[in-house]
Design a protein around this ligand. Structure first.
Ligand code: BJ8
Length: 384
C-alpha cells in the first residue's frame, strides 16, 4: 500500500516552500547590506561565515533547467549536479548564486574542482583545498585551510573573526544540528510519523531559512506538532510499509523522484544517510576545545566517497540501519559520479555482511526515468 503523503500537510508546508520563499528574504538581507556566501559542500565550515556576521546559502542546483546551457561549455558526460550548478551561474537564473558575494568551493571530486576554475571567471570564488583522507597530516592541512578561509572572509567583507565569535557560531549551529537530528529521529518510530518526502522537505528546506532564531523555534514547533499528532493517533504511514534508508549522492529537487518511486511502491524512507540528512546533522562540533581544532575535526570527518578510504560513511550507514530498523537500503548515484559509483561495491559488500538488502539506482535530473526507477524500486521492495 503506498504511504500517505497528505497527512500533516500544514506542519511541513513552510519548509516545502522555503527555497522559493527564501529568495525575497535574501534580497531583503542584501538590501540591509548583509554579506552572502554561497557554498556547495558539507565539508565547508559554515561557522566561519556565521562568525563574520554573514549568511551562508547552499548553491547545489537540483533541477535540469540550465543543463543545456552548461553543456555549451562543460562536457555532457558530467554529473548533473555540477552541470546544473554551473548552468544556473552562467544564466543568472539562481537568485542565491546571483546574491552571493563570495562563492566557496572545495576540492572534492575532479568535476567540481575543474568547474570552479570556470566559475571563477564570473564570480569571486575561493576554493578550499580539501585533503583526500582523514589522517594526521591531512588534519594539519585542513586546519590551515580553515584559517585561510577565515582570513579570506575577513579581507573580503572587512570583518574581524575572533575565537569568541567562532565559539558562539559553533554553539548556534549545534542547536540547529540537534533539532534537525531530533526531527529525523522521530522516524525511528514504527510506523514512522511522517513519510520520507515530508522528512526531506524539512531537511532540504531548513537550509533556506536565514533567520536562525526563528528557524530554531520553528523546528522545535514542528517536532512538537508531529509528536502531538502521533500521540493523538494519526498514522500517515501504514505499519506494513518497508523501512528504507537512503544513501549516496545528495538528494533534493529533481531527485525527490527516487523517494517518490520508493514510497509509491510500498516503501517508506525512514532515514537519509546522505548530505541532505544525517551526514550533516548526526554529530555536533565540540564546544569546549579550541574552535579551529574543533571545526577541523568535525568537518574533516564527514564520510563521503571523495575520501579514500571512506570508513566514516560505512560507520554512519551501519548505525542508521540498526537504529531505524531498516528493511533495506537504496543508494542513489548521480550519472557520471565516479566516486560514489565505485564505492557502491564496498557498500554492497558491507550491507551483505550485515544481511541488509541493497539496491543502487543511477539517475540524473530529468523526469524521463521515473517509470524505470519505480519499476526497479518496486521490484526491490517486493523482495523485502
Ligand atoms: S560531502 S556528497 S556535498 S562532495 S554527486 S558533485 S561527488 S560527481 S556532491 Fe558532495 Fe560534499 Fe561529498 Fe556531500 Fe561530485 Fe559526485 Fe557530482 Fe557530488
Amino acid at each position: 500500500m503506498p504511504v500517505q503523503a497528505n497527512e500533516l500537510p500544514a506542519i511541513f508546508e513552510s519548509f516545502g516552500d522555503a527555497r522559493k520563499a527564501g529568495f525575497l528574504k535574501m534580497k531583503a538581507l542584501k538590501d540591509e547590506g548583509v554579506g552572502v556566501v554561497g557554498t556547495f559542500c558539507v565539508y565547508t565550515p559554515l561557522e566561519v561565515f556565521m562568525a563574520g556576521g554573514l549568511v551562508p546559502v547552499g548553491l547545489c542546483s537540483t533541477s535540469d533547467e540550465t543543463i543545456a546551457e552548461a553543456e555549451k561549455t562543460l562536457p555532457r558526460n558530467l554529473c548533473p549536479l555540477i552541470k546544473a550548478s554551473y548552468g544556473f551561474a552562467v544564466t543568472d537564473k539562481c537568485p542565491y548564486m546571483y546574491f552571493s558575494d563570495l562563492v566557496v568551493g572545495e576540492t572534492t571530486c575532479d568535476g567540481k574542482k575543474k568547474m570552479y576554475e570556470l566559475l571563477g571567471r564570473i564570480k569571486d570564488v575561493h576554493v578550499l583545498n580539501l585533503p583526500q583522507n582523514q589522517n594526521g597530516a591531512s588534519r594539519l592541512m585542513w586546519k590551515e585551510e580553515i584559517k585561510k578561509l577565515a582570513e579570506k572572509v575577513e579581507g573580503r567583507f572587512g570583518v574581524k573573526i575572533s575565537e569568541g565569535d567562532l565559539k558562539e557560531a559553533i554553539k548556534i549551529k549545534n542547536q540547529e544540528r540537534a533539532l534537525l537530528k531530533e526531527f529525523y529521529e522521530l522516524s525511528k518510530l514504527t510506523p514512522p510519523p511522517m513519510t520520507g518526502l515530508q522528512q526531506l522537505q524539512v531537511l532540504f528546506g531548513a537550509q533556506f531559512k536565514f533567520d536562525m532564531p526563528a528557524k530554531l523555534s520553528e523546528l522545535r514547533k514542528t517536532i512538537d506538532d508531529i509528536k502531538k499528532s502521533y500521540e493523538e493517533g494519526n498514522r500517515p504511514v501504514p505499519i506494513e510499509a518497508k523501512r528504507i534508508v537512503i544513501t549516496g549522492c545528495p538528494i533534493g529537487g529533481a531527485t525527490e523522484k527516487v523517494v517518490k518511486a520508493i514510497e509509491e511502491s510500498g516503501g517508506v524512507v525512514v532515514a537519509f544517510e546522505n548530505c541532505t540528512g544525517a551526514k550533516q546533522f548526526d554529530r555536533r562540533v565540540n564546544e569546549e576545545s579550541d574552535p579551529y581544532e574543533a571545526l577541523t575535526d568535525h568537518y574533516l570527518n564527514v564520510g563521503c566517497s571523495v575520501m579514500t578510504p571512506d570508513q566514516n560513511r560505512l560507520e554512519l550507514l551501519g548505525r542508521l540501519c540498526k537504529e531505524f530498523k531498516a528493511d533495506g537500503v537504496v543508494e542513489m548515484v548521480l550519472q557520471a559520479c565516479h566516486t560514489y559509483a565505485i564505492e557502491t561495491f564496498q557498500i554492497r559488500e558491507f550491507l551483505n555482511d550485515k544481511g541488509v538488502p541493497f539496491i543502487s539506482l543511477e539517475t540524473d535530473y530529468s523526469a524521463g526515468d521515473f517509470g524505470q526507477l519505480k519499476t526497479r524500486a518496486g521490484a526491490f521492495i517486493e523482495t523485502l
